[in-house]
Design a protein around this ligand. Structure first.
Ligand code: 3HC
Length: 303
């Protein structure tokens, strides 16, 4: 129970069925986290191919956990058995919490929120995993903006403990308490912040990542040395260029653009090489090539 609900003597709500819209890297990771903690998950995607990719993502990730003896084969089967898939948002009508993790496009997300609004009950909490778009604007696409909240997971979602909970000026305090309690049940460490592009972590992180890319662009140092400096000098688990490859250069570019448009902080003006690499299809791990070259998604660097 969180401090404010304790004070009010109110127990946080129990969620049972979780809808996840979009089963890309983040959505599939989020679905895995909920299923791993006993929730029934309904994963929605646009078509059967996308559903299949999401399904494979989950299988691949839980296979890894089995190989590392973090999960038994029986637990894996149970986990996967808790996830069902659909290509129709109407199938999310039973969910009491729905999180969308689709592309960073306001138009696409708004359309999804409008459809969800027609399908779910008024008690259902609608969340967005957006990393930089306005949660307030998204909430305005629904008939109950007080029940809309940002719930921003970090990549890889099954591993990173941080989740940013983004409150708008109209988010109901009880909803915030309930979501924090829900995230606690997943073993996550939620932090709460206001609705400003980048929230806490990306605002601080992306200036640094952008600077690293511009250092590489200026041939100031090799990619290996830039990354080694931050890993071995500052104790970061990954160097900035490897991290950009993990996040995806298209995603990173969009986040920087949005933050720059909103805040006009020069630190966030995307360095030109990012746009060039995105145009060339070098999106990082997901396409096998970014600052580094990869044998397959998530495989070690082959250089
Ligand atoms: N999915 C699921 N689990 C994964 C994973 C993945 N993609 N990648 C790694 N893991 C798990 C491994 O199974 C392992 O689990 P275990 O400890 O239970 O056995 C654990 O993570 C450690 O993995 P490895 O030993 O293979 O590798 P590392 O120790 O090098 O860790 C890392 C890999 C977790 C990715 C680590 O390097 C790291 O934390 N890097 C920084 C990531 C980061 O900064 N993320 C935030 C990006 S910003 C963001 O997401 C915001 C968004 O808006 C863009």
């Amino acid at each position: 129970m969180t401090a404010s609900s304790e004070q009010a003597g109110r127990s946080p709500r129990t969620f049972r069925t979780i809808g996840v819209v979009g089963l890309g890297t983040m959505g599939a990771g989020i679905a895995e986290v909920f299923a791993r903690h006993g929730y029934s998950v309904i994963g929605a995607e646009v078509d059967d191919d996308a559903v299949e990719r999401g399904h494979q993502h989950l299988t691949h990730s839980t296979d890894r956990a089995v190989r590392r003896q973090k999960l038994s084969e029986e637990e894996q089967a149970e986990l996967l058995g808790r996830v069902s898939f659909t290509t129709s948002l109407k199938d999310l009508h039973e969910a009491d919490f729905v999180i969308e993790a689709v592309v960073e496009s306001m138009a696409v997300k708004k359309a999804i929120f409008q459809q969800l609004d027609e399908v779910v009950s008024r008690e259902t909490v609608l969340a967005t995993n957006t990393s930089s778009l306005s949660v307030t604007e998204l909430s305005s696409a629904t008939s109950a903006p007080g029940r809309v909240v940002g719930v921003h997971f970090f990549n890889p979602a099954p591993v990173q403990k941080l989740v940013e909970v983004v409150r708008t000026v109209v988010t109901e305090p009880d909803v915030l308490d309930d979501i924090r309690a829900l995230l606690d049940t997943l073993g996550k460490s939620p932090v709460v912040c206001g609705d400003k592009a980048g929230f806490i972590a990306n605002t601080l992180l992306f200036g640094y990542l952008n600077h690293a890319a511009s250092m590489y662009e200026a041939h100031f140092a090799t990619r290996e040395d830039i990354d080694a400096a931050m890993r071995f000098g500052c104790g970061y688990p990954m160097g900035p260029l490897a991290l950009l490859d993990l996040i995806g250069l298209d995603t990173a570019y969009e986040i920087l653009e949005t933050m720059y448009r909103q805040g006009r902080d020069r630190l966030h003006a995307p360095t030109p090489i990012l746009k060039q690499m995105v145009t060339a299809g070098m999106l990082g791990r997901k396409t096998g090539r970014g600052f580094y070259t990869y044998e397959a998604a998530d495989s070690p660097v082959v250089v």
